[in-house]
Design a protein around this ligand. Structure first.
Ligand code: HEC
Ligand code: HEC
Ligand code: HEC
Ligand code: HEC
Ligand code: HEC
Length: 318
């Protein structure tokens, strides 16, 4: 490596390092909640053993001192930091105080925890029924749609319905995969729990699976548009359709929160139509255009592979 390029490497490294310090969230040490909760010692070994005994006592209903409960909360406070630190929220500097309140400029626990309500207190911002409003401070589209849903109405009246954190577990706040729906939606929508409609888990799984296929088709069509443009084709119209499909796709996630599956399916169909129109315009000639989006590309792919293997085998045999 020449000295010049070595210097270049060093400089880019410094710029990169600087970038990481400037990116919000990459260095959140202005925030006392993070600073302190990060370092909360879970337990030294002896305490850990002691705590195990206490937990076992609790399980068999042996009375426990206040101190014991504090230890358990302390353990939660550390575990929650660890989960949070791996979440998208940590990446975007959405710190503990954004949901829990308190004063992140105060270094002591007592002052930082000012006005804290217990999570079981109906006035706590993370109390079950208050969660939508707390999350809605930032996720206003999701909240607005959620508020129109049966889920929200039932949450207000019965507390039987899911709140945001039923589906986006604290503190990782991940987005569920369709495969998880059978269990999670099925927790309520099943003949056992008697919350109709019972076919919800399968329907939801199918719909979200189709959203993933739509994402894939949009990506593929964008590649086709790119190559068609390079070859001098006028792609203005195709780009328009692809953009429409992308906008419709982006509307789907917040719209999901209405839990109106018919409305959701209509929007999904509209996006599929647009991306097919774009596809037809830019598909390299010779290949069949406007084939309906295959519902099971896995099956078709598999058939292709089997055909290829069979041909290869026959040629070898000859
Ligand atoms: C100097 C250390 C310290 C600071 C600063 C601190 N905490 Fe804590 N926090 C703790 C400890 C220790 C616990 C464990 C329970 C206890 O000892 O009260 C805890 C518990 C909690 C709990 C659960 C307790 C409950 O009542 O449900 C939450 C939520 C929490 N902290 C959030 C925050 C937020 C938000 C901030 C910033 C505004 C913050 N903490 C700042 C030390 C701290
Ligand atoms: C995006 C919002 C959000 C952020 C950010 C967040 N929390 Fe929470 N937290 C919640 C919600 C909601 C609950 C209630 C969970 C429940 O009902 O199961 C909760 C509950 C808790 C509890 C009570 C114990 C429990 O699990 O029920 C503790 C302790 C806690 N959080 C600590 C933290 C700490 C420490 C941070 C920062 C490292 C943090 N939280 C960041 C939303 C958040
Ligand atoms: C202070 C603002 C803020 C609050 C409060 C907040 N979030 Fe977020 N959340 C964000 C940001 C920023 C992102 C990153 C994606 C984006 O820009 O939309 C995000 C992303 C997410 C994601 C997507 C995660 C992924 O893997 O793609 C989910 C799910 C989520 N939040 C749920 C919640 C829930 C549930 C609550 C309430 C308990 C909540 N958020 C509260 C700002 C917030
Ligand atoms: C019954 C389950 C359920 C409830 C309740 C729920 N969500 Fe979601 N949420 C989902 C699913 C499923 C997705 C993924 C949708 C998709 O991929 O199109 C999602 C996606 C998201 C995303 C990511 C959106 C994106 O652009 O990728 C955010 C943010 C979010 N939800 C926030 C919330 C908030 C805030 C609430 C409460 C007001 C909430 N969710 C309530 C199931 C739920
Ligand atoms: C904590 C319980 C609970 C969970 C979990 C749950 N639901 Fe529901 N859901 C309800 C209740 C309660 C109703 C209202 C039923 C009624 O009106 O009789 C409902 C109604 C619905 C409806 C019908 C809305 C209408 O307008 O008729 C749909 C669709 C729905 N849920 C979708 C889902 C999906 C998808 C999931 C999983 C991602 C899910 N639900 C998870 C409790 C739940």
């Amino acid at each position: 490596m020449s000295v010049k390029s070595f210097n270049k490497t060093i400089i880019s490294f410094i710029i990169l390092a600087g970038f990481f310090f400037l990116v919000p969230g990459a260095n959140a040490s202005e925030n006392s909640c993070i600073d302190c909760h990060k370092t909360l010692t879970p337990f030294i070994e002896e305490q850990q053993k002691f705590n195990q005994i206490r937990i076992r006592h609790l399980e068999i209903n042996v009375g426990c001192s206040l101190e014991c409960h504090e230890e358990r909360v302390r353990q939660l406070a550390t575990a929650n930091y660890q989960q949070w630190s791996e979440s998208v929220h940590a990446l975007k500097a959405v710190t503990c105080d954004a949901c829990h309140g308190g004063d992140p400029k105060q270094p002591t626990k007592e002052k930082a925890h000012v006005n804290f309500k217990n999570t079981t207190d109906p006035e706590s911002p993370v109390y079950y029924t208050n969660v939508p409003k707390t999350c809605g401070k930032c996720h206003s589209n999701e909240l607005a749609n959620f508020e129109t849903s049966k889920h929200y109405q039932k949450l207000e009246s019965l507390q039987l319905a899911p709140t945001c954190t039923t589906c986006h577990a604290p503190h990782t706040f991940t987005v569920m995969n369709p495969e998880n729906f059978r269990i999670s939606c099925g927790n309520c929508h099943s003949v056992y729990k008697k919350i109709a409609p019972y076919d919800i888990p399968l329907k939801a799984e199918d719909l979200l699976g189709r959203v993933n296929k739509l994402k894939f088709n949009i990506e593929m069509t964008r590649q086709d548009i790119f190559w068609a443009k390079k070859n001098g084709t006028d792609v203005t119209q195709a780009e328009q359709y692809a953009d429409n499909a992308l906008t419709e796709l982006q509307n789907l996630a917040p719209m999901w929160h209405e839990f109106n599956l018919t409305h959701f399916e209509d929007q999904l169909d509209a996006a599929n139509k647009d991306i097919r129109k774009a596809e037809t315009l830019v598909k390299p000639t010779g290949t069949p255009t406007s084939t309906p989006v295959p519902r099971t590309p896995g099956f078709i792919g598999l058939t292709g592979i089997i055909t290829m293997l069979a041909t290869w085998y026959l040629i070898r045999k000859k």
